[in-house]
Design a protein around this ligand. Sequence first.
Ligand SMILES: Nc1ncnc2c1ncn2[C@@H]1O[C@H](COP(=O)(O)OP(=O)(O)O)[C@@H](O)[C@H]1O
Ligand SMILES: [Mg+2]
Length: 262
Amino acid sequence: MSPPPPAPNGPLLTLSGVSKSYNGDTPAVADVSLSIERGSFVSLVGPSGCGKSTLLRLIAGLLQPSHGTLDWEDGERPNDLGFVFQDATLLPWASAFDNVYLPLKLKGLSRDDADRRVKDALARVGLADASDKLPRELSGGMRMRVSIARALVTEPPVLLMDEPFAALDEFTREKLDDDLLTLWRDLGWTVIFVTHSVYESVYLSERILVMSSGSHGSGGPGQIADDVRIDAPYPRGLPFRQSSAYFDHCKGVSTALRDGDA
Ligand SMILES: Nc1ncnc2c1ncn2[C@@H]1O[C@H](COP(=O)(O)OP(=O)(O)O)[C@@H](O)[C@H]1O
Ligand SMILES: [Mg+2]
């Protein structure tokens, strides 16, 4: 018998028994084991302080685990991980173009050589006409779009997002949620998305890792309390946002959050 074909979407990343303590204190996250499938859209949801950012930074390689291992499919962490933070963190004196150009500049590309890619990235986030604008001339939503363009200009295989839309009004946030899903589907990324919004996580994700601050209330180490699949098809759009399936999923994740912190 011939061997079974390889799974098209094997795990991109596997965490085994990962813990992280800052300065030897109580661990911020403890004994986290999970796998992330290549090409998937996964959210980390949990209350403030439960270790979401810590876990994302461990995945990004910005922090080293105190215990446990992170194993990448190719043996090492991809060079080009895209990282988007809650604050757009743009250079205030540089135009939208120059902010998006920055990662390519750091790779040694001249402005001329980078021109097409920077313009494509700005166009992808709907900012083709704002290339010369300074951050202070852009709305909060537009600044976040520049930040996303900057993350995608290097064509990263993995995009890590830490509450990227939390500071935006609801309307802008829903628009950016849709744009993000379009980019994810077009570009074949793996997205790991941190949010404290149950509604946003259900709308976006194929899978939600519900985090808690351990048992008996907050203050304990962050752990994965539940692993929830959201099996609704894409594109999701308004019909999904207004469907009973959506509310059922939201209820399920809210319950998992409460149980996790009970
Ligand atoms: N640089 C740091 N030094 C010391 N403690 C930290 C640091 N960053 C986070 N923590 C602590 O680790 C815990 C988890 O924080 P964090 O990962 O930021 O949670 P979340 O993103 O879910 O709000 C919190 O108790 C926080 O105070
Ligand atoms: Mg955080």
